[in-house]
Design a binder for this molecule. Sequence first.
Ligand SMILES: [Zn+2]
Ligand SMILES: [Zn+2]
Length: 266
Amino acid sequence: MRIYTLGTGHGDSTFCRFKSSTAYETTDGTVYLVDCGAPAEALLRRKGIPLPRLRAAFITHMHDDHAGGLSALLKQIIKGYNYCTETFTLHLPEEAAIAPLKAWMRAVHEDADNPLLCYRSYGAGKVYEDDNLTVTAVSTCHLRTRGRTEGDPCSYALILDFKKEGKRILHTGDLRADFSDYPAIAREEHFDLCLCEATHYQPEAAVDALRASRFDRLIFIHVADRWHNVPGFQWQYTRGEDKFLASLAPLPYPAVIAHDGDEFLL
Ligand SMILES: [Zn+2]
Ligand SMILES: [Zn+2]
């Protein structure tokens, strides 16, 4: 299977990183999207991925950098699905987000109620299953760092079990600054790959948990400006990637920082 890190930035786009979106493509060509920060649909097109091959999307939490590209994506899916009869299922982590999203679609004169679009909300536990993929959500506390203190935190890490490929992937979503909501299952069970965010914590807070994790590979996404390698951009960030990875070394598995448009084979 192939993984496309479409957008690898955080809440603020930079000239080298758009907001967060990752596409997972199985060997039969079916594509699943995790997070849809803008401009996810444009970045899918740049990768030559026909939108009718997109079967489902999963939004880890409703921050703009993870959900702000949805209306453009849904518009293009409706267009593309003129050639397809299979529904596209959007999984949102808050039931309350569905009606405003549909209202915005109508405000921009798009067909929010097109029968090819299916909107679902999810919570912790099993989210989705088809012949390719099972998705399970684990609660994180990322939104509680923004003033939410009670109720469902509505932010999730996702466990993606690709059945035909026999691959298990952990996609962390955004985490707390102290890394305390990093999923315990990363240390308890084996994963072929983890995609971990790299904005909300300092590497010192994460290093013990990452070293104890049972991964074969780790790809960092959602990368903070301070960890960019951008010669001539801001002098203090020119070797950011090297500093970040050096702070974690040695990890017991290969780890890289992804860039927009990177492709990884698994
Ligand atoms: Zn984010
Ligand atoms: Zn966030």
